[in-house]
Design a protein around this ligand. Structure first.
Ligand code: PLP
Length: 479
């Protein structure tokens, strides 16, 4: 790998020179981003560092080709190489996850989820309009028949995890298209344990009768029992859609097995490639054979032309994830999250659900008198990059919040282990203890401004720098 890094070093130097000859400010910002990423503790749970082979694969002329359609069935001539790239990426995805079908065109996680929803709707919808017209699925309908169908679509229902319980916008949130396409009801977590209450979910599903149950999360620090979710879906006749965008790396790395492995239980699964899976920015959909044809309608129904260069990078990332070393990495991600949580608990930091068993730790910072926004900013001043996040029943809403979400995928990619994450827990606790909310003119506690002595922030940044120096990002890559 060090040879690869040395070669990449000279490649990148030349690449930046070429870019700089056209727009020097872009070359400078690209270089600066590397400096910034190298110099801070990246704890954003949804981010990672893709390998240099993955990054380099994105910078090619595969980007220049239009290839709307599916493998071997394109709306443009000359797509033979895109066919090859997409086939390899899909083959790796199927093998990596043990899935019956893989569709690797989605440009992002949201696109993947939209493709998945459309596939489920078009496959499942049983409407008087379809019956009257003798059409098997909505994809067989003539344009004129859509007016009636549109009215019927409004009656379709999705049940997803509530945003403040850790669900994602695409699981039926009212400001996302999923909340407009569907009648929606959300399920939350038990107010005491903050864990998913499967009995309540079952009772609500029986009453609401959703077409789709959406499982998966962005900010839930625990594993989900997908066998139980499937059982509930089967009981109410729902399709189980699982969004594994966040934890795909833990599935690929075989950390989530048995009832916690989404693959045998989800009818359709949406994912990103760039979070714990450590690939390029992008999405993909896995499905049972039953849903394969419907998923293939992603382009042109939801997507435009697939990004050939990104599908190529997905193939490289999937190939990397099929190695033993990726399994070791994925296990370390989960182990490190436990270490981080234990370190924070020792310092008296309150954690949603009291801990973690995935890659996410969700801090409730209200006991420090801080909002999530204040804590996020104070941590950033100290070289610790996180993002604020709601906690269940958050009194501060989704903007200020009472929580901070952190995750271990990125720093684990840099080689951080038990000692480093124990140290990181102490740095975070030190920042929280040293920060106070600024008072407003009326003397009340503000929600945005805060006070953190610059000398404290600087000393924490120096301790962070020491940890980072021990685990350089892209070692050997000198620009
Ligand atoms: N699904 C989940 C669970 C996510 O956490 C996210 C991103 O944060 C997405 C989907 C959307 O991914 P993207 O930003 O690639 O559209």
């Amino acid at each position: 790998m060090s040879d690869v890094n040395a070669t990449a070093s000279s490649a990148y130097r030349q690449i930046l020179e070429v870019i700089g000859s056209v727009e020097p400010r872009i070359a400078a910002a690209t270089k600066q981003e590397l400096t910034d990423q190298r110099g801070s503790l990246k704890l954003i749970a949804s981010e990672n560092y893709a390998s240099l082979p993955v990054l380099l694969t994105m910078g090619t002329w595969l980007s220049d080709k239009y290839a709307e359609g599916t493998i071997g069935h394109r709306f443009y001539a000359g797509c033979q190489n895109i066919d090859t790239v997409e086939s390899i990426a899909a083959e790796h995805a199927r093998e990596l996850f043990g899935a019956e079908y893989a569709y690797v065109q989605p440009h992002s996680g949201i696109d993947a989820n939209l493709v998945a929803y459309w596939a489920i709707l078009s496959h499942r919808i049983e409407s008087p309009t379809l019956e009257r017209l003798g059409a098997k699925t909505v994809n067989d309908l003539a344009e004129d028949d859509w007016e009636d169908l549109r009215r019927e679509f409004n009656t379709q229902r999705v049940m997803g995890m509530a945003l403040d319980a850790g669900g994602h916008l695409t699981h039926g949130f009212r400001h996302n298209i999923s909340g407009k396409m569907f009648q929606q009801r959300s399920y939350g977590t038990d107010p005491t344990s903050q864990l998913i209450d499967y009995d309540k979910l079952r009772a609500d599903a029986k009453e609401f009768k959703p077409l789709i149950i959406a499982a998966g999360y962005s900010a839930y620090p625990r594993r989900v029992n997908f066998a139980k979710m499937r059982e509930i879906a089967d009981e109410v006749g729902a399709t189980l859609f699982i969004d594994m965008a966040h934890f795909a790396g833990l599935v690929a790395g075989k950390v989530f097995t048995g009832e916690e492995n989404p693959i045998p239980y989800g009818h359709v699964i949406g994912s990103t490639t760039h979070k714990s899976l450590r690939g390029p920015r992008g999405g993909f959909v896995l499905a049972t054979a039953e849903y394969a044809d419907a998923v293939d309608k992603g382009c042109p129904m939801v997507l435009g032309g697939p990004l050939g260069h990104v599908m190529a990078a997905k193939a490289v990332a999937f190939a990397e994830a099929r190695t033993e070393s990726f399994q070791t990495y994925a296990q370390a991600v989960a182990d490190n999250a436990k270490t981080l949580a234990e370190g924070l608990l020792k310092r008296g930091v309150k954690l949603v659900t009291g801990g973690t068993d995935n890659h996410i730790v969700l801090l409730d910072v209200s006991a420090y008198g801080l909002t999530g926004r204040q804590a996020e900013s104070a941590l950033l001043d100290s070289g610790v990059v996180t993002n604020r996040n709601s906690v269940p029943a958050d009194p501060n809403g989704a903007w200020y919040t009472s929580g901070v979400r952190i995750g271990t995928p990125a720093l684990t990619s840099r080689g951080f282990g038990t000692d480093e994450f124990t140290a990181v827990a102490n740095l975070i606790a030190d920042v929280l203890e040293a920060t106070t909310p600024a008072l407003t003119k009326s003397g009340a506690r503000g929600k945005a401004k805060y006070i953190l002595d610059a000398s404290v922030a600087n000393s924490i940044q120096s301790r962070a720098d020491e940890l980072l120096a021990g685990h350089p990002l892209y070692p050997g890559l000198e620009l």
